[in-house]
Design a protein around this ligand. Structure first.
Ligand SMILES: N[C@@H](CCC[C@H](N)C(=O)O)C(=O)O
Length: 268
């Protein structure tokens, strides 16, 4: 499946149990010798009161807390596979329950939860909370804004998205020692108060065509920095997402498409 070109394989673990190990995930994610994907998603029975449990693994085999584009694909999948007919579903993730809704127009809106900013929430090495933090990359100081959308994000503002140093700085930020669990590195160009352009070097996957939680994090940063209004169009290399955030203590809403590309069987 794909959501704005951020691509996934999704495994139905309601009717079977297949939890690939890290080595199998890396092999399957290979775009030449495997199927190729940015993340692998498992659809499982909920442990608590929610409708389903949603597990997310990066292409490098590591399990992570949250995935925005994956959440929309998850909804499309459980409907197409006849696993539910509920329009709004409760989905357990490693970082709590998210609530996606399949809309009448076919797009999917997801309540992505309340963003968190304390350095310990990311986690990020800093003694106290600030709006931005200096980070030295390649001997050059960059100002980053940090946000947890369940998963960690470091966002910086760039003048021109085409020439943003995603390939050069992205891997260095993603593995910077100040982020003990790694981080997703976002590069945001502010077009106007309701429109940004965004590229994300994702932890465990590299630059993807779009990152849903990255779009939420960048929008939240822009609003906190008073550069954006509450409703923002986020243009990524794979298409556009709509993000809404009403401010501190409120959840972030993400709306966009999700599409099945093909279905198949894995023989190991
Ligand atoms: N593509 C995703 C995020 C997937 C997880 C991320 N790489 C991480 O390690 O936190 C999205 O759409 O949010």
């Amino acid at each position: 499946m794909q959501g704005l070109g951020n691509d996934f394989i999704i495994i139905d673990n309601i009717h079977q149990t297949f939890v690939p190990d890290a080595e199998q995930i890396r092999r399957l994610s290979d775009r030449h010798f495997g199927i190729g994907f940015d993340q692998l998603l498992l659809v499982e029975k909920a442990k608590g009161d929610a409708d389903f449990r949603y597990r997310i693994f990066n292409a490098n085999g590591e399990e992570v807390e949250q995935c925005g584009n994956g959440a929309r694909c998850f909804v499309r999948f459980v409907h197409e596979q006849g696993l539910t007919d509920k329009k709004t579903i409760q989905v357990e993730t490693l970082q709590g329950v998210i609530t996606p809704t399949l809309r009448a127009d076919g797009e999917i809106s997801v309540n992505m939860g309340v963003p968190r900013f304390e350095p310990a929430d990311i986690p990020f090495h800093a003694n106290q909370r600030s709006l931005t933090y200096p980070l030295t990359i390649n001997g050059k100081q960059t100002e980053i804004c940090i946000v947890s959308m369940g998963n960690p994000h470091a966002v910086q503002i760039v003048p021109d998205i085409e020439h943003a140093p995603v390939a050069g700085e992205g891997p260095l930020i993603a593995t910077h020692p100040y982020f003990p669990n790694g981080v997703n590195a976002g590069f945001m160009q502010i077009v106007d108060r309701s429109h940004i352009k965004l590229r994300v070097f994702e932890r465990g996957a590299g630059e993807t065509l779009a990152c849903g939680t990255g779009a939420c994090a960048a929008t939240v940063c822009g609003i906190l920095l008073r550069k954006l209004d509450n409703d923002v169009l986020v243009t990524t290399s794979g298409g556009t997402l709509r993000i809404r955030w009403q401010g501190a203590g409120q959840p972030v809403w993400m709306t966009g498409p999700a599409e099945t590309v093909f279905t198949g069987e894995i023989k190991l």
